[in-house]
Write a protein that binds this ligand. Structure first.
Ligand code: URA
Length: 239
């Protein structure tokens, strides 16, 4: 079992099915280690990635994982799919069972996709109040103009959810291409925004999430682990 945020003594009690008195004795005798340090304080708050050993018995030893993938077209942003290849299939052999996707991309969208087993990190990224921007390159069917820039920065009302989209910055690159910055991720959001202008999205590529840009030398279908610094930078970033 994994401990989310929990008190150390309660976690040990549950794991070993011991009375509180016995847990206190283990702690007092220095028989409990958290992240390789002897801990006597049962009130210590641990999380799912704390390594916990009691008398040489490992109770929890999960390593946090953070992966950047360059998603190609025609792959599902899911961990399992009965029909199609998934982004997890692209990671190849290894134990990926505990990974989830931090911000999906549609079947035909490409670019930066993040996978992790750290639920707190992915929730932080997804939460609109943290203002983590997502930058996309978009190619559309009909020519763009300033009306799009204004409408996107004012926000569009989505009747289905009953919400107005947060201000989004659109930078027109040429008649058919633009870069767009969003700080939320509603279902098919970009396609629906251009849909207001009856303009079809032909290609959509995610370039960056917050301070993390897709590596230019990471080929489609390839992935790499994030560095500790990259993981931490996400939590200290806001637009
Ligand atoms: N908006 C979309 O419409 N599709 C994506 O994949 C991402 C954002």
């Amino acid at each position: 079992m994994k401990a989310k945020q929990a008190r150390l003594d309660r976690f040990i009690r549950r794991q070993l099915n011991l009375p509180q008195r016995d847990v206190q004795l283990l702690l007092a005798r220095g028989q409990v280690c958290v992240d390789k340090n002897v801990v006597n304080n049962g009130q210590m708050i641990i999380n799912e990635f704390s390594h916990i050993v009691v008398n040489d018995q490992v109770l929890q030893a999960l390593t946090p994982k953070y992966v950047m993938l360059n998603k190609p077209k025609g792959v599902v942003s899911a961990t399992k799919d009965p029909q199609h290849k998934t982004v997890v299939d692209l990671l190849g052999p290894g134990d990926h069972a505990d990974l989830h996707i931090a911000g999906r991309l549609d079947f035909n969208s490409t670019g930066l996709l993040l996978l992790t087993n750290d639920g707190r990190w992915s929730r932080y990224l997804a939460s609109p109040e943290n203002n983590i921007s997502k930058r996309y390159r978009v190619t559309v069917e009909k020519p763009l103009n300033e009306d799009y820039v204004n409408a996107f920065s004012e926000g569009l009302f989505f009747a289905y959810e009953g919400i107005t989209t947060r201000p989004a910055k659109l930078e027109i690159i040429n008649d058919y291409e633009a870069e767009i910055n969003l700080t939320e991720g509603r279902y098919h959001q970009i396609k629906r925004m251009f849909g207001r202008f009856q303009n079809k999205v032909l290609a959509l590529h995610r370039l960056a999430i917050g301070p993390l840009a897709l590596d230019t030398n990471l080929a489609e279908e390839q992935h790499r682990a994030l560095s500790e610094q990259e993981v931490a930078n996400m939590l200290h970033h806001s637009e």
